[in-house]
Design a protein around this ligand. Structure first.
Ligand SMILES: [Zn+2]
Length: 120
């Protein structure tokens, strides 16, 4: 009989028990270390579109001119995943450029305009 040594991905404890299966049949495990925040985990990453490595590859391929469907086919994720990652990246960049002084300028202009309106 082959045994698999299972340890918790968070605390690396081997106090782990089986904890049922996912709806698709893959085995779930539960960490029994009382100080560990992680309760249930699976042995392998199933959703590899969520891995940082995959997300970095998605952005890199987009920068090199690959289409969304190309990227999805090569990395074996869905086109929706590709779009989600790229949209998130775009929102982060927008937030950063907006934070670089624009609201301040707008605020100053508005208060200046109100002052003039009050005088006339
Ligand atoms: Zn643990």
């Amino acid at each position: 009989m082959a045994t698999i040594h299972v340890s918790c991905p968070d605390c690396h404890s081997t106090q782990v028990i089986k904890a049922g299966t996912q709806p698709n049949g893959t085995q779930r495990y539960r960490c029994q270390n009382p100080t560990c925040e992680r309760t249930i985990f699976q042995l392998t990453h199933v959703a590899h579109g969520r891995l940082p490595e995959t997300q970095r590859q998605i952005v890199e391929m987009a920068l090199n001119g690959s289409g969304i469907r190309d990227t999805a086919r090569v990395l074996r994720v869905s086109p929706v995943t590709v779009l989600r990652v790229l949209k998130k990246r775009a929102q982060l960049k927008l937030g950063q450029s907006r934070g670089a002084g624009h609201p301040d300028l707008r605020e100053r202009r508005r208060t200046a305009g109100q002052g003039e309106g009050g005088r006339s």
